[in-house]
Design a protein around this ligand. Structure first.
Ligand SMILES: Nc1ncnc2c1ncn2[C@@H]1O[C@H](COP(=O)(O)OC(=O)CCCC[C@@H]2CCSS2)[C@@H](O)[C@H]1O
Length: 335
């Protein structure tokens, strides 16, 4: 096995592009182990509806990155107290039934540092008792696969819950829903000798354990070249650093919102496909003189992103349709 050092990259769109590069383009003669730590981010499953999984207000206020990954499954929160491990290898065909094969070296390491209760539960969670500290997923393409998972070592658990909190409004979609669990860090469970380790130091210990060596020098490593990094950044441009991939790839969805303003209430129904509004219906009882259908039509084809919707509202003479309601108030109804 080769270890690949990501050189301290903390941007999730770079890290996931690197993983994708190693999976699809850097075919080495042995499996690859990659670790990464991300700045606060939500990593969405391939077939999820981004809008449905994230707490948009919290994400905006805390500048959380949103990245859709290649593998299926649910949405997880990462911060500097969390790290991910990826085993990138030939696809032997059976692996999809067997997360155990990939999580075993992780669990052995955890047992060796005192986390005796760490175990695989169900298909893809690692837990201590009832609480999850690791979510796992797989993705295969062209005879190769990545089996990857998270480790909550010392994360902000309130942020995990708040960032992923479901929206209040009704959304209907065929997007894969996350399976929400109670979560825990593992730092409080490690032996005293390891209690003061940083996330990086703990990850480095896991590296030695997986390679079954005593020192970093003994770890067999593939060093990324400038050429490799160039491709990583190209892949990032095309996918993971791109709104069309991270948000736009969501399965089509319908969202319904209802709001009571002092002068009346409105209800909107929106259909969004490939990240763009396909249909908008507005029902309410305080309309001005303008034909509401003109507003509905004006939104067809608009990108379902906050800035784009606000720009469109400002472009329209909304007073004519909505009296004293402001563009910002209406934005709350549409996004
Ligand atoms: N970082 C982290 N680790 C473990 N569990 C988490 C985390 N963040 C959130 N959660 C909990 O898991 C559920 C979602 O569980 P669910 O089973 O729906 O999804 C997953 O586990 C996906 C794991 C993907 C792993 C990839 C590895 C490299 S990049 S991301 C969420 O609602 C929270 O309750």
């Amino acid at each position: 096995m080769y270890f690949v050092d990501n050189q301290g990259q903390l941007d999730p769109s770079v890290n996931i592009a690197l993983e994708t590069f190693l999976l699809k383009e850097k075919i080495l003669d042995e499996p690859i182990l990659l670790f990464y730590i991300n700045e606060p981010s939500i990593i969405i499953g391939r077939n999820q509806n981004t809008i449905e999984e994230i707490n948009a207000d919290y994400v905006e206020a805390n500048k959380i990155h949103i990245v859709r990954r290649m593998s299926g499954g649910g949405a997880v929160y990462h911060d500097l107290g969390n790290f991910s491990f990826c085993f990138i290898t030939k696809d032997d065909g059976d692996s999809f039934r067997d997360f155990g094969k990939f999580t075993k070296p992780v669990i052995s390491f955890l047992h060796s540092v005192g986390v005796k209760e760490a175990e695989l539960k169900g298909r893809n969670d690692l837990v201590i008792g009832e609480k999850k500290f690791s979510g796992n997923a797989m993705y295969a393409t062209n005879g190769r696969m990545t089996a990857h998972g998270t480790i909550l070592f010392d994360s902000d658990l309130d942020a995990v819950t708040s960032a992923l909190k479901p929206r209040k409004e009704k959304i209907e979609s065929k997007g894969i829903k996350s399976i929400r669990s109670r979560v825990t860090n593992i730092k409080p469970f490690v032996d005293e000798a390891y209690q003061n380790l940083t996330t990086e130091q703990f990850r480095d210990l896991m590296l030695l354990s997986i390679f079954d060596v005593e020192t970093r020098e003994e770890v067999k490593e593939y060093h990324l070249t400038d050429e490799d990094w160039k491709r990583v950044y190209e892949i990032r441009e095309e996918y993971f650093g791109n709104w069309d991939w991270n948000y736009g790839k969501s399965p089509k969805f319908e969202i319904q919102k209802h709001h009571r303003f002092p002068i009346g209430s409105i209800e909107v129904r929106l259909n969004v496909e490939e990240g763009h509004i396909q249909q908008l219906k507005i029902f309410g009882d305080f309309f001005g003189l303008g034909e509401i259908k003109d507003v509905e039509d004006a939104f067809i084809g608009v990108k379902y992103a906050k800035e784009d919707i606000l720009a469109k509202l400002k472009e329209l003479d909304i007073k004519k349709y909505f009296g004293n309601v402001t563009a910002e108030e209406l934005l709350e109804e549409l996004y």
